[in-house]
Write a protein that binds this ligand. Structure first.
Ligand code: HAM
Length: 421
């Protein structure tokens, strides 16, 4: 027998046991997006690489190390070099925003997306090569109210899923006015102490010095004493941060200032935030993150337009819920339609159809086995109930059998939903 083919490294098949928790997380994301008046957008899973290198930055890890390049089997090397699976959705959403002239629509625009992202990273627990994000973006609103609204929205998502103890770690990394001086201060500080940096950080120090701060192996004392962006903010950026904080304080939204939340993508300005379960901050397992990107629309060829958004990782959220012992309500009980006559396919299908129409979760036995065998296999499938179709169907009734209790009685078909209620 030929060797067995396995799922690619860093990907997972999600099977039946995981489905209810995922479905609940995705349904909550969708429902909250609707309640916060976001419009759904879906963009392609792959885009031109140039979109990511211009949007996220050449030196960002997502572009430099984690691009999933794709091309047709017959494509030339140059053609293959043009496309990549999306590592994140924000750049694609802004591309679509410009391509479809959404910037001339009355704003601000509120868009949401739920779908797979791809990063060619070293897989580990909670870090996959294909993962799912719930993403929201507000384009055309310079805040600070919308910043606070989004931070609160993320919190509400975790709360509605029963994931407790989530903190939003907040920072402001300034803008084009004040960031250069901060950057220079960081380069000075870390250059003078470069012998205490990791190899990765020494490399980053030149092209992306802010990212030295989120190196998880950075010496904690060095990190603690490093220059903080909030001490280098210009007046406008400081006023913005104060505005966000006073709204969060007034609303009782749980956050902590953290000067190491610098984010890995180049498009961020001012507000940056990440969600962690309290106490997990050090382990680089953010449940979600986001921030303001007031320069991105312009960088991708549009008019100067502010923007802000976040991406929440569904995989990590489901893991956190699981770790905290959150129990997802089980699916509706299963009914299996069987029949006395082993060949009575059509009545089984008709009865199953009516019960499904009434909203029940129904399988119909498709075999030509004797009734006893059909009932055995219904019980093995985990069904709570069997609906036995026989002569009673002439008067609109079936036999409803409680498989656990081994009891049964005749019930009008229309009464089945109430009888199992
Ligand atoms: P990000 O921080 O790169 O931000 O990703 C957001 C979330 O996606 C992370 O906090 C994490 O939960 C999840 N995530 C990222 N990489 C992986 C992975 N390899 N495996 C599992 N989960 C992962 C962004 O992507 C920005 N686009 C967010 C944003 C939207 N900023 C503004 N608007």
């Amino acid at each position: 027998m030929a060797g067995q083919i396995r799922a690619p490294r860093g990907t997972r098949d999600r099977l039946r046991d995981e489905a209810p928790a995922w479905q609940r997380a995705e349904a909550t994301a969708s429902d909250l997006s609707a309640r916060y008046a976001f419009d759904r957008i879906d963009t392609p899973f792959f885009e031109r690489i140039e979109l990511f290198s211009r949007g996220l930055g050449e030196a960002s890890e997502a572009v430099e190390k984690q691009m999933f390049r794709v091309g047709g089997a017959l494509g030339t090397d140059e053609e293959r070099a043009e496309w990549a699976l999306r590592p994140e959705p924000t750049a694609g959403i802004v591309r679509a925003y410009l391509e479809h002239g959404m910037h001339v629509q009355p704003g601000p625009l509120r868009l949401w997306l739920l779908g797979p992202m791809f990063r060619y990273d070293r897989p580990q627990a909670g870090r996959y090569r294909q993962f799912t994000q719930w993403d929201v973006e507000v384009i055309g609103d310079s805040g600070p109210m919308v910043d606070a609204e989004l931070i609160e929205l993320g919190h509400r998502f975790f709360a509605e899923l029963g994931v407790l103890n989530v903190v939003a770690y907040l920072n402001s990394i300034g803008d084009a006015n004040c960031r250069p001086a901060y950057r220079a201060a960081l380069v000075d500080y870390f250059s003078a102490r470069s012998d205490r940096l990791t190899d990765d950080s020494r490399r980053r120090l030149q092209d992306n010095p802010l990212r030295v701060l989120d190196d998880k192996d950075l010496d904690p004392d060095l990190a603690e004493a490093a220059p903080r962006s909030i001490d280098h903010l210009c007046d406008a950026c400081r006023a913005h941060l104060n505005g966000v904080r006073s709204l969060l304080d007034a609303l009782g939204v749980r956050y902590e200032l953290d000067h190491r939340i610098v984010r890995g993508l180049d498009y961020y300005t001012r507000t940056t935030f990440e969600y962690f379960v309290a106490g997990r901050r050090g382990q680089q397992q953010a449940l979600g993150g986001g921030g303001r990107y007031d320069g991105l629309v312009e960088q991708l060829g549009g008019p100067s337009t502010p923007g802000i958004g976040f991406g929440i990782g569904i995989d990590r959220t489901v893991l956190a819920a699981d770790e905290q012992g959150v129990v997802t309500p089980p699916e509706a009980p299963l009914l299996v339609v069987v029949s006395v006559d082993p060949e009575a396919y059509e009545p089984r299908m008709r009865v199953a159809g009516e019960l499904r129409q009434a909203g029940l979760r129904v399988r119909a036995d498709g075999s030509s086995r004797k009734l006893g065998k059909q009932l055995d296999s219904a019980a093995r499938l985990g069904a709570r109930w069997a609906v036995i179709v026989g002569g009673e169907l002439e008067r609109g009734s079936v036999i409803l059998r409680d498989l656990a209790a081994g009891e049964q009685r005749e019930v009008a078909l229309s009464e089945v939903p109430a009888a199992i209620g």
